[in-house]
Design a protein around this ligand. Structure first.
Ligand SMILES: Nc1ncnc2c1ncn2[C@@H]1O[C@H](COP(=O)(O)OP(=O)(O)OP(=O)(O)O)[C@@H](O)[C@H]1O
Length: 254
């Protein structure tokens, strides 16, 4: 962890309601550039809801009401009209690989093509760099035109990461990206995160506390829609300040 990293995303007093039900309550968080921030907590405590606020994915859900502010650099995210550009700057990787039924190449080139890039050489370069960045190039370079859905689950998840990188995001959100993977694929994705943070700011939701402890610089512990504790990962896992954090990480509940 580098204590001098600047704040990339600042969350001020964030509340979120699904209809009458409050799912996030007064969240304040500073997410630092080029760090991995892990969000942990029991099922239903609001981790994914919080993550989705960071690229306005909750806009797609009916009857969501949000109060508070989220700044990325100097821009307020919740009121920006340019959601498409926000989602380019803040990419997302989901729990289950969600590749399109098309070739590996076309999956990675999909976003850049949508942005109007047509030149083959430029696309070739983006595809190669993105697959290299996602540590999957060597495994797929000889079959770029093969169906992406023919890859293993772990390979598909890394192609999803490549597809996200191809959009040149600043922040990558990951919602339990390894929960459907075997231990070998999981450790490949974990190693990848350690290299990705040199270029990107990463926020990851994980149920796996060992994973949070291994890969993140900061950890936030959520409970019932509140951010109970947010601190350096090392501190959270060795000297938690709140009894509820301690109970959770020692497996006393959740
Ligand atoms: N689309 C939705 N409509 C209504 N309520 C929702 C919706 N999505 C989530 N919720 C509720 O908001 C609360 C927080 O859910 P959320 O999925 O953010 O929790 P989580 O911590 O990510 O859980 P998990 O670890 O199980 O994925 C839960 O009570 C959930 O039932």
């Amino acid at each position: 962890m580098n204590s001098e990293n600047k704040t990339k995303i600042r969350v001020n007093d964030l509340d979120l309601y699904y209809g009458e039900k409050q799912a996030l309550n007064g969240i304040n968080m500073d997410i630092r550039e080029n760090e991995v921030t892990a969000l942990i907590g029991p099922s239903g405590c609001g981790k994914s809801t919080f993550l989705r606020c960071l690229n306005r994915m909750n806009d797609l859900i009916d009857c969501v009401k949000i109060n508070g502010e989220i700044y990325m650099d100097d821009e307020e995210i919740l009121t920006t009209n340019d959601v498409i550009s926000l989602r380019t700057r803040v990419g997302m990787v989901f729990q289950k690989a969600n590749l399109f039924p098309m070739s590996i190449y076309d999956n990675v080139a999909y976003g850049p093509r949508n942005q109007g890039i047509k030149d083959k050489k430029t696309l070739d370069k983006i595809v190669e760099e993105s697959l290299k960045g996602a540590a999957i190039w060597d495994e797929v370079k000889d079959r770029l035109k093969s169906p992406a859905l023919g890859l293993s689950g772990g390979q598909q998840q890394r192609v999803c990461i490549a597809r996200t990188i191809a959009m040149k995001p600043e922040v990558i959100l990951m919602d339990e990206p390894t929960s459907a993977l075997d231990p070998i694929s999981t450790s490949k994705v974990e190693e990848l995160m350690a290299t990705l943070k040199d270029k990107y700011t990463i926020v990851i939701v994980t149920h796996n506390m060992q994973q949070a402890a291994r890969i993140s610089d900061k950890t936030g512990f959520f409970l019932n829609g509140e951010l109970i504790e947010f601190n350096n990962t090392k501190e959270i896992f060795t000297v938690p300040h709140d009894k509820r954090t301690e109970d959770y990480i020692t497996g006393r509940f959740g």
